[in-house]
Design a protein around this ligand. Structure first.
Ligand code: ZN
Length: 975
């Protein structure tokens, strides 16, 4: 329908409308007359519709108020008084996105769905949650999501809470600590100096009164920003918003200014300590950062300009500043941070694994390099390459698993909530054409001079390591807590245990059916019974298979070359992963690595290399080790893409010792970062390696064994460099062979003929190596390890292979996974245990496991896993409950794929031998699941847990306390 500017539509005044050609959409701006609520809509033909309501929520302190509130409002509301409507939606809606996010000055509540009715249901639950949450009546919500005190046996007081543990996990890595301290140093007087997520040391200072007040003040339509996106019926959506919610409110004046911090008179300096393990070295473990406030996010030219500046100074292998800092040996890892999603954005230069004494040289080098860049001008080839890389990403708009509308919403908020045009960042063409001036004029140079060299609003933040600091802090906190508790009166102690008991009681009492039924649920006939068919044609090229996926891709070709690597001997396996990190970042015969990086950015959307291991569809004893070269470019650049790929594949040389040293130390640092933050993925790989041949292979390429390999390679670098170079060169010949390759292409059908001709040429770069398939015999890994880190929390994994115990795969298992993950584990491990997350995974090849995430416990969590079978025995859901789990399972199966992802999924299935019939059969089995079929898994779960292994990674002291559980304790980070 057409909207007329100035008119009222269901209480919304229509303010303006315009085309946003860049995203093929029509943007409209409304204001709700009665309340002043802000609303924008973007109408496109995308059926993945998005709704989001956002409130400005500047944090007043470091107690995590906005974050705890974000969790809590989703725990029951006026119309939907169930304990956790959010979880009910996760169990049983067709959402393609469902979450809430706390930022430094706002809180977002976005949902997405391709089904119109479903979207209205999601909107209803989310709006009721934000405007009418139960937090004002039910204290236990705050105790559960925020923090509470429990007195355990031996009178030991313990602090717990979901956000409390989530943030303990977030603060477990030095990078996260640094990321917190930088804004604190730059904005000491405004909201950005506060921690919106909550500093675990300060969360227990938050009172329930302050918490409730914060909601009353900020969660009001007059402080709201409502976003609608997609092919939905806008008129109907406005009607719903007004009738059901907004018209019941009146306009209020809410004092919620996002403050600009005044500039500094001079750069400030701050130093902090962070904990490292007692087994780790203290030398060379500091972090140095130089940080600058670089303008407001309402200026589109600065917004995009500094994005590109950060990339060209600190990210690309051609980055002159990064390379200078490495050459000067200022640190083992160098990276940039450009903080988005705040009004006053900042840019940081960071060196990691360095010493405090290098601070002057670090700052001096940055100034020297930037001054000479400003004086002499930045290399125009680099400028062009960096702009092209940005432009490709903008035009491609491939956000993988995230709905497009959600990403656009985040961009809109970057200007909208600060009073500027909401569509200014989506309309990127005018900005790009201003930025392209940089190809001829000193554009970036001017920005660097103004916002860095001549800017005093900056800081130097250092964090230094301290061995055993975590233990010291834990001990102090424990003593302090004991002291506080021992000073409490009898009444106060009774109050604590009364609260803890009330909380436990609420957690253990299931919602009655009539309460759960208030949450809307689709019927099964609203679900498409057919699985989506992914287009795939089989062609032949130079005697090898080419899989073609004719899909509309906006003029882009996605080309994956998939090589068999089953002839690579066991001792060379970790080198495959090393190769992935180095290739395309070191020089080739024709190009220095900086030139190569620029070539790649100028002509392609990026190329990357990585190993990928596929297990056979019905056993993990047979697996297909592959190596993938992934690339993309605009179709009219296919010739350049092929040329670059040929050069990298056949012409890479591994003789630049300094460059390879830099990259290996960077690699080591990046792995350490990911172990701290993503410990669960390491725990799972380790667990699978205990019993699965497939898992054992993967461990060598990407698990803890691989990390050990990298540490020894870096420590012995001098001795091993020569051998390394030879191995990598010979590995290239073995891998990139015309006898090994499978091509997978995704592009518009009309482009195929043109592509085929070019793709033939790619074979000129391949060797004709022929290898024998190797049967790998790895040394056994003893199971049940405790892996010690200086982190504050644990990741607990346990599992086994059900096929080995005589059970077969069935689509019903996918529903089982939903039930276990969102009901059993959610209630026991998250709600009662206080862990931030917990999930079950089931694979066609027989592997089944549980894993927890940022978990304060370990023994209790393992006991929960062991009890899964008993839980199923008495599992007795109504028809409605069962339908909910089925719909939730289908929503995961149907999560929308971008064109590149469709090609990848189709190729994976081809390699594993999974047919469309297999996929359809599993879907049929999901749709026909009933409680009887689920209950039958009880025995299987008991069997799995009885025969299963486990692996725990996390807090050193905690694991040692429970050392009786483990076959051995292994420090992860060792000097
Ligand atoms: Zn959270």
């Amino acid at each position: 329908m057409d909207f007329e500017v100035g008119k009222l539509y269901h209480g919304f005044r229509f303010m303006s409308e315009s085309l946003i050609e860049e995203i093929n959409g029509r943007g409209r701006i409304f204001e709700h007359e009665k309340t002043g609520a802000n609303l924008i809509s973007i109408t496109t033909d995308d059926d993945n519709k998005v709704f989001c309501i956002t409130f400005k929520t500047p944090p007043p302190d470091n107690t995590g108020l906005p974050h705890i509130l974000e969790h809590s409002v989703l725990c029951g509301s006026r119309k939907f008084p169930a304990k956790e409507p959010f979880v009910e939606l996760a169990k049983g809606s067709l959402n393609t996105f469902l979450n809430a996010m706390t930022y430094s000055d706002k809180t977002m509540y976005p949902v997405a769905s391709r089904n119109e009715k479903d979207l209205f249901n999601l909107m209803d639950v989310y709006l009721d949650a934000t405007f009418f949450p139960k937090i004002h009546e039910i204290e236990e919500i705050f105790l559960q999501e925020g923090w509470h005190l429990e007195i355990r046996e031996n009178n030991e007081p313990v602090l717990s809470g979901v956000v409390y543990n989530e943030m303990k996990g977030a603060f477990s890595s030095p990078e996260m600590l640094l990321m917190r301290k930088i804004p604190e140093s730059l904005f000491p007087q405004t909201q950005y100096g506060k921690e919106p997520g909550g500093d675990p040391d300060e969360i227990p200072k938050l009172t329930i009164e302050k918490f409730r007040e914060f909601h009353k003040k900020y969660y009001h339509p007059s402080n709201s920003y409502i976003f609608l996106y997609g092919n939905g019926d806008l008129d109907k959506q406005l009607e719903f918003l007004n009738n059901e919610y907004l018209r019941h409110f009146t306009r209020e004046k809410i004092d919620v200014e996002i403050k600009l911090h005044p500039p500094f008179e001079r750069i400030s300096e701050k130093t902090y300590l962070y904990p490292i393990s007692e087994h780790d070295r203290e030398e060379n473990k500091s972090y140095l950062s130089l940080n600058y406030v670089v303008g407001k996010s309402t200026d589109p030219v600065l917004y995009m300009g500094f994005d590109i500046i950060e990339y060209l100074l600190m990210e690309t292998p051609a980055a002159p500043l990064k390379n200078a800092l490495l050459k000067e040996k200022l640190g083992e890892d160098v990276f940039g941070i450009y903080e988005r999603n705040i009004l006053q954005r900042f840019l940081s230069f960071v060196v990691k694994h360095t010493t405090y004494e290098k601070k002057e040289r670090f700052v001096g080098t940055i100034f020297k390099i930037l001054e000479s860049m400003v004086e002499r001008g930045i290399d125009k080839v680099l400028v062009e390459a960096a702009i092209n890389a940005k432009e490709f990403a903008l035009r491609e708009a491939d956000f993988r698993g995230l709905p497009k509308g959600l990403v656009y919403c985040i961009h809109c908020l970057d200007s909208w909530i600060y009073g500027a045009d909401p569509f200014i960042h989506l309309r990127f063409e005018p900005t790009l054409s201003i930025i392209r001036k940089a190809l001829k004029e000193p554009f970036f140079e001017t920005l660097i001079e103004k916002y860095i060299l001549k800017n005093q609003h900056g800081s130097i933040v250092t964090i230094n390591p301290k061995r055993g600091l975590q233990k010291e802090k834990d001990l102090k906190a424990r003593e302090e807590l004991k002291r506080v508790v021992s000073g409490l009166s009898k009444e106060e102690l009774e109050d604590i245990s009364r609260k803890a008991e009330a909380l436990k009681k609420r957690q253990l009492t299931p919602d009655p059916p009539e309460i759960l039924e208030k949450i809307p649920l689709l019927s099964l006939d609203e679900i498409n019974p057919r699985a989506e068919k992914l287009p795939q044609e089989r062609h032949e090229i130079n005697g090898r298979t080419l899989l073609f996926h004719p899909i509309f891709t906006s003029g882009i070709i996605y080309l994956n070359q998939i090589f068999d690597v089953e002839s690579i001997p066991a001792e060379e396996l970790p080198y495959i992963s090393v190769l992935s990190y180095l290739i395309a970042k070191v020089s080739t015969k024709s190009f220095h690595y900086t030139e190569l990086a620029n070539e790649i950015d100028k002509h392609t959307g990026g190329i990357s290399f990585f190993p990928s291991t596929y297990s056979a569809k019905d056993t993990d004893e047979i697996y297909m080790p592959k190596y993938i070269a992934r690339s993309k470019a605009f179709v009219n650049k296919i010739e350049n893409l092929v040329k670059i790929l040929k050069e990298v594949i056949s012409g890479t040389v591994f003789n630049d010792k300094e460059r390879i040293r830099e990259l290996l130390f960077e690699l080591r640092s990046r792995i350490e970062m990911s172990i701290n933050l993503e410990g669960h993925s390491y725990a799972i790989r380790r667990l699978l390696a205990y019993y699965s041949p497939f898992g054992r292979y993967v461990e060598e390429l990407s698990g803890l064994n691989y990390y050990r390999f990298i540490t020894s390679l870096t420590s012995d670098f001098e001795k091993r460099f020569e051998e390394l170079g030879e191995r990598l060169s010979s590995l290239c010949k073995k891998i990139f062979s015309k006898n090994n390759v499978l091509l997978s292409v995704t592009a518009d059908a009309k482009d195929y003929v043109k592509l085929e001709k070019q793709l033939g040429e790619i074979f000129e770069g391949f060797s004709d190596h022929k290898g024998e398939t190797i049967k790998y015999e790895f040394s056994e890994l003893d199971g049940n390890e405790g892996l010690l880190t200086p982190g504050k929390i644990q990741f607990v994994a346990k599992g086994y292979n059900y096929r080995r115990l005589g059970y077969d795969y069935n689509g019903t298992m996918l529903v089982l996974r939903t039930i276990l993950g969102l009901d059993y584990l959610w209630n026991r491990v998250r709600v009662q245990g206080g862990a931030y997350g917990c999930f079950a995974r089931v694979s066609r090849n027989g592997n089944f496991y549980f894993c927890s995430y940022r978990d304060p416990n370990l023994r209790e969590t393992l006991e929960v896993y062991n009890g899964a079978g008993a839980y199923l025995k008495q599992f007795d859901p109504s028809e409605r409950e069962m339908r909910k789990y089925i719909i939730g399972t289908i929503s995961k199966l149907d999560s929308p794929l971008t064109p590149s992802m469709k090609g990848e999924v189709a190729t994976d299935r081809y390699i594993r031998g999974i047919t469309y019939e297999d996929v359809q059969k599993a879907r049929d089995e999901v749709l026909s699941t009933d409680s009887r079929k689920i209950k039958r898994f009880s025995e299987m779960l008991d069997d799995l847990m009885k025969n299963g292994y486990y692996c725990v990674i996390g807090n050193e002291a905690k694991i040692k306390e429970h050392s009786d559980l483990f076959a051995r304790l292994v420090p992860v980070f060792q000097a």
